[in-house]
Design a protein around this ligand. Sequence first.
Ligand SMILES: *[C@@H]1O[C@H](CO)[C@@H](O)[C@H](O)[C@H]1NC(C)=O
Ligand SMILES: *[C@@H]1O[C@H](CO)[C@@H](O)[C@H](O)[C@H]1NC(C)=O
Ligand SMILES: *[C@@H]1O[C@H](CO)[C@@H](O)[C@H](O)[C@H]1NC(C)=O
Ligand SMILES: *[C@@H]1O[C@H](CO)[C@@H](O)[C@H](O)[C@H]1NC(C)=O
Ligand SMILES: *[C@@H]1O[C@H](CO)[C@@H](O)[C@H](O)[C@H]1NC(C)=O
Ligand SMILES: *[C@@H]1O[C@H](CO)[C@@H](O)[C@H](O)[C@H]1NC(C)=O
Ligand SMILES: *[C@@H]1O[C@H](CO)[C@@H](O)[C@H](O)[C@H]1NC(C)=O
Ligand SMILES: *[C@@H]1O[C@H](CO)[C@@H](O)[C@H](O)[C@H]1NC(C)=O
Ligand SMILES: *[C@@H]1O[C@H](CO)[C@@H](O)[C@H](O)[C@H]1NC(C)=O
Ligand SMILES: *[C@@H]1O[C@H](CO)[C@@H](O)[C@H](O)[C@H]1NC(C)=O
Ligand SMILES: *[C@@H]1O[C@H](CO)[C@@H](O)[C@H](O)[C@H]1NC(C)=O
Ligand SMILES: CC(=O)N[C@H]1CO[C@H](CO)[C@@H](O)[C@@H]1O
Ligand SMILES: [Ca+2]
Ligand SMILES: [Ca+2]
Length: 617
Amino acid sequence: MCSLRVIFFFVAVTASIEATSFNVTQATLWWQTTTLYQIWPRSFKDSDGDGIGDLNGIASKLTHLVDMGVEVIWLSPFFASPLIDSGYDISDYLSVNPVYGTLDDFDDLIATANELGLKVVLDYVPNHTSDEHAWFNYSKYSVDPYTDYYIWNEGIEVNGTRNPPNNWLSVFNSGSAWEWVDERQAYYLHQFHVKQPDLNFTNELVIEETKEILTFWLDRGIYGFRIDSLPYLIEAASLADEPESGLDGYESTDYYYLEHIYTKDLQENYEIVQIWRDHIDNYTSVKGDGVERVMFTEAYANISSIMEYYDYGSHIPFNFFMIKDENGVNNAVLDTASEVVDIIVKWMENLPDNATANWVFGNHDNSRIATKLGEARVDAVNLLLFLLPGVATIYNGDEIGMTDTYLTWEETEDPQACSTDESRYESFSRDPERTPYQWDNTTSAGFSTNATTMLPVNSNYLTLNLAAQKAADISNYKNVQALIQLRNSTIIQAGNLNVQVISESVIAFTRELSDYQPIVVLVNWDNATAVTLSLEVFDSLPETLEVLIADINSGIAVGDQYAKTSIELPANAAIVLQGVEDTVSGSRTIRSSTTRYILGLICLLPLTYNHSPMLFT
Ligand SMILES: *[C@@H]1O[C@H](CO)[C@@H](O)[C@H](O)[C@H]1NC(C)=O
Ligand SMILES: *[C@@H]1O[C@H](CO)[C@@H](O)[C@H](O)[C@H]1NC(C)=O
Ligand SMILES: *[C@@H]1O[C@H](CO)[C@@H](O)[C@H](O)[C@H]1NC(C)=O
Ligand SMILES: *[C@@H]1O[C@H](CO)[C@@H](O)[C@H](O)[C@H]1NC(C)=O
Ligand SMILES: *[C@@H]1O[C@H](CO)[C@@H](O)[C@H](O)[C@H]1NC(C)=O
Ligand SMILES: *[C@@H]1O[C@H](CO)[C@@H](O)[C@H](O)[C@H]1NC(C)=O
Ligand SMILES: *[C@@H]1O[C@H](CO)[C@@H](O)[C@H](O)[C@H]1NC(C)=O
Ligand SMILES: *[C@@H]1O[C@H](CO)[C@@H](O)[C@H](O)[C@H]1NC(C)=O
Ligand SMILES: *[C@@H]1O[C@H](CO)[C@@H](O)[C@H](O)[C@H]1NC(C)=O
Ligand SMILES: *[C@@H]1O[C@H](CO)[C@@H](O)[C@H](O)[C@H]1NC(C)=O
Ligand SMILES: *[C@@H]1O[C@H](CO)[C@@H](O)[C@H](O)[C@H]1NC(C)=O
Ligand SMILES: CC(=O)N[C@H]1CO[C@H](CO)[C@@H](O)[C@@H]1O
Ligand SMILES: [Ca+2]
Ligand SMILES: [Ca+2]
């Protein structure tokens, strides 16, 4: 996709500006420009009043998701589980946790989704099972073939005391990643919670089990998987101690106290990904329906490690660089426009030829966008998310700008936080971004008829909710709807990208394609100062541009027109512009369909824009 990497240098009066262009290939497969909407089943919608979200609740909201423009929903785990880690501790991959419903409910959900043209993608958690999985029980008693399904080790005896074989630590900050089991007289490895034993991925039988799990769900009509925690699949057989990281602020039992060179990002992980890709492709070819099943992969790692997942068959290795830094440890730094632009450029530069880009700003493991970057920037972030090339992933609630919910130590249930203490839990907890979806201003924000819910509802729900945003003339939600429609146009699906910082604080990019009016996205990342800017650094824009979408706080109206040399952007303002027919006689004229666009947005009629290229007249 980024076969061309032209760097232009413009010498301006005061500073030199670097512009970077990337060619984009027209998508040919359904998933390459899609919008993936992540649903956290536990907090999305409760259908039976027990205060916990469920599959029937999700099913009841599918028409809403279609109305929003979503094409693919990714369901986080709803499988049988003791729910120690919100369902990422699975005790049976082939059944539904009764808290969330039944397999029949799931089949109904898929049937309804398919009728509505929505595709469903499931979370698959291969690294570990629950310790309550039958495999683990058998393995504990060395019952074949399960004996070697997990990572067992007898440890080392020092002065009559038995110790784990090495210093490896749990990701959940609970100290050693090894746990002793009397029945087996051995330790098992758990990179995550003690109730999440790691599977043995050098065991062919385990690999076969994973394929059967994928087939089971593919047979029920899903279109792919989001695969969890890939970097942790395989550990070094040497079992060598890991070195100290030297990072500040971590206690000796905290995960980041060590540098994880023997337990994370091992080269062998990629080969497992390739096995799953082959399996999924094979499934499609046997099925013979020509609809590719897709693999989205989760790995927080450095850019070269991430890009390598493409080479081994991941369709979409999630781009988390807007969330975490290079090593996946600290939060990404997005203080200035150039920091944001650098992340975009770095991703596009490193993207392998013909690979599909993707963007993620929020998920169930990270602080919400509205809290982290500011409520005033919710629309700005959505402009970037939806109008950059490739796949956009949005976490439920971010389309209405939901914020983190403050939870007391007593209310906290995330094991990553509960394993710390009352003075530190907040910086580790993922519960604040997992509270109930705010549908409306009724009991429990319309999430449940029960006034008590799995985690408390954010107290801002009376004003911050979907119903209010649907009723308002302008809202975050309505902008998301408009953005998803705009994504459906050829110019966004195939237009080349040119991204740069202008006027120091403005993130600016264009999507350009010959015979089409260009799209320009402008985001003033400065939260205090308005700027007046010129778009002359972009070579070929027409003289006049018209606003297609404007953020809700900017005071700018859809349909406003600007001369490209003089655009005023208030602090935090974010807008989408499209070129307008150039009326200067003798100059090249392109027929604009902007008017049709706006009518389409206003009337919420389906647009056929992407099939009507703007031709030369
Ligand atoms: C990139 O796009 C430009 C403009 O459309 C074109 O001239 C150039 O040949 C393309 N480069 C590649 C490598 O495809
Ligand atoms: C309401 O939710 C609470 C906590 O989730 C639960 O204990 C209670 O049984 C629920 N009430 C009903 C009627 O299900
Ligand atoms: C995108 O365009 C296609 C084809 O015109 C249409 O079927 C589909 O409903 C559109 N999707 C959205 C979200 O507008
Ligand atoms: C666990 O395995 C043991 C040994 O095979 C067996 O006797 C027991 O019934 C199993 N327990 C469960 C809950 O499956
Ligand atoms: C083992 O015991 C010996 C003798 O008491 C002592 O010198 C040594 O430090 C002990 N080793 C460890 C690792 O505790
Ligand atoms: C994993 O399984 C393989 C194949 O059965 C076995 O050779 C190996 O010892 C197991 N690894 C561990 C750490 O148990
Ligand atoms: C593809 O799937 C078929 C039917 O399940 C199976 O027989 C075949 O071995 C598979 N091939 C590969 C390469 O996995
Ligand atoms: C990225 O991570 C891999 C795996 O940990 C490591 O081998 C490689 O050196 C790292 N690359 C950079 C540029 O840090
Ligand atoms: C504005 O941005 C600055 C720099 O990033 C930050 O320190 C400040 O807290 C922000 N103010 C608001 C109101 O968001
Ligand atoms: C990229 O796609 C083009 C057009 O389909 C093809 O000619 C080229 O070989 C592909 N490049 C790679 C590296 O796959
Ligand atoms: C609740 O929402 C409804 C419709 O969205 C609105 O008419 C009503 O005034 C709201 N009530 C409160 C207390 O905000
Ligand atoms: C980034 C990350 O750790 N994601 C998931 C990985 O798996 C653990 C354990 O199952 C989950 O808690 C995380 O959400
Ligand atoms: Ca329920
Ligand atoms: Ca592992």
